[in-house]
Design a protein around this ligand. Structure first.
Ligand code: SAM
Length: 278
């Protein structure tokens, strides 16, 4: 996979030299280039922003350096597939923005399959909207938000997205099993985890985990996943597909106040009549 990041603060992205992503780059699993947007300015002051049309506070990133930078990145990227109908031949342009769709594990999974990702880090009040419109001629454009809050720039969002995507590229995480049982892999949060010592500050590790009984351990973990998700992320419980819930799952959810009603999981009392849970 090839990843390009364009930013006025290339040094911000140096964290991508470290840890698993850094190693993956050294091993050639990920090819990642950070480009300084200011290299594509033409004036003495290397200006990348100007005042907004229509007035208002703040500055807006100018279109000219962005178009020149994106052209350069596109030209350096993998050659497009001969057949323009082949899915995935267009590079994906991710535009971090609090006004974008929320980036999720499903987005990471989808983008991890693509050949060339380009990230355009905005600053100030963002990038002139015409850049986004024009880019659609050459890229699959994805405005993406890290969450419902406002950062100073796109760099922090890109660090998070590249890490989430990069660790799904085959070979980046040593043991692929560890990707299977993680939070959000199956719509639930992960179960709590423990390591040695078995007794620490009067707190024992849950006994079942010492039992060696794989079936009981799996059930205990599944129960904790359901309980934890119900307590912390009711929005995720409401998105569960009842077809994936066995009787034991439904019993745990019922204790937490959720029932299966038709093709949905709902809070008990919200949508009568619910199916019996057990
Ligand atoms: N005026 C913009 C708005 O209200 O939508 C916010 C601009 S913000 C100060 C500057 C840049 O930070 C954005 O262009 C974007 O690149 C980045 N950014 C801020 N919050 C973000 C978020 N939640 N997710 C992704 N990127 C974000």
């Amino acid at each position: 996979m090839r990843i390009d990041v364009v930013s006025i603060f290339p040094e911000y992205l140096s964290a991508l030299d470290l840890s698993l992503i850094g190693k993956a780059r050294q091993q050639g699993l990920l090819e990642l280039t950070v480009t300084d947007l200011r290299e594509f300015t033409t004036d003495r002051h290397r200006t990348v922003d100007d005042t907004p049309y229509g007035g208002g506070a703040g500055m807006v990133m100018k279109p000219e350096p962005w178009a020149a930078a994106l052209d350069a990145v596109r030209e350096r990227g993998p050659a497009p597939a001969a057949d323009p109908g082949v899915a995935g031949e267009r590079p994906v342009l991710v535009v971090p923005s609090p006004a974008g769709a929320v980036f999720t594990q499903a987005t990471a999974r989808e983008l991890a399959l693509r050949e060339h990702l380009v990230f355009a880090c905005g600053r100030y009040e963002g990038i002139d909207e015409r850049v986004v419109d024009w880019s659609r001629e050459h890229f699959e454009v994805r405005p993406m938000s890290l969450g419902d809050y406002v950062l100073n720039g796109g760099e922090v969002a890109v660090l998070a997205m590249v890490e989430a995507i990069g660790r799904l590229v085959p070979g980046v995480v040593g043991n692929p099993e560890s990707l299977v049982e993680e939070s959000h892999a199956d719509g639930l949060l992960e179960y709590p985890v423990y390591t040695k010592p078995a007794l620490w500050r009067d707190r024992p590790v849950p006994e079942v985990l010492l039992s060696g009984h794989h079936g009981r351990i799996a059930r205990w973990r599944r129960d904790r996943q359901l309980q934890r998700t119900a307590a912390r992320r009711p929005d995720l419980v409401a998105s569960l597909d009842p077809a994936g819930l066995d009787r034991a799952d439904r019993a745990v959810l019922a204790e937490a106040g959720w029932i299966v009603s038709g093709a949905r999981v709902v809070r008990a009392g919200d949508d009568a009549p619910g199916e019996p849970v057990a």
